[in-house]
Design a protein around this ligand. Sequence first.
Ligand SMILES: [Zn+2]
Length: 255
Amino acid sequence: MRLIDTHAHLDFEDYDSDRFEVLKRAAAAGVEKIVNVGADLAGSQRSVKLAQQYNELYAVVGIHPHAADTVNSDVLANLTQLAEQSVVKGIGEIGLDFYYDNSPREIQQVAFKKQLQLAQKIDLPVIIHSREAAEETLALLSEVGDFKEKLIFHCYSYGPDYIEELIKRDYYIAFGGMLTFKNAESVRQALKKVPLNRLLLETDSPYLTPVPYRGQRNEPAYVKQVAEQAAQLKELPLAELADLTTANAKRIYKL
Ligand SMILES: [Zn+2]
């Protein structure tokens, strides 16, 4: 079985003491590639370094809405430069988070828009973080471009109605450990609607650890638990679901 964890944060200090062991466990679980996603400029730089160091890692660079107030022309120039490295496969995670509101909303919107335009200019896919900002996210995306087949809606959490609009727009949609949570029936119902050629798996390590490891630090090996749940929902053999989602990840990220 071959799996790809399309979204992890192995550059976080949570992994400083055992990063290599974490990668070995991922390989043993059938995870052949991991896309490491930056959350701020320093994290994006660490991401690129790690991807240059480890064959199984790729990098995505960008500024998370939590750090939106750090986005200025220098930071954008730095991201542009980082994106020239061949290990960089996307711009993210970018978007809107009106749940935590760590940066003022207007500043989040400006930072989101500027990074969308950057991705468009250098022709890389975008990885979207959207929380409690469903309509605002779509409105801003429409304003900048169509992003058809060039966008990953990461950590899908909005339920089965909203997902129809994402499918109509031809976005890719990534699901993580939440799929295994008891109270996440609406996320499971949403996954059932996603076309098999647009479905992606992720862990968002170190967050959102799937059952039966909930409460512990998450790691890419556990994308297998996510795959098992997705296979059950799609009524497919695990190996087939793994192959399909791996092919999807390779297509959107051009791996
Ligand atoms: Zn993330």
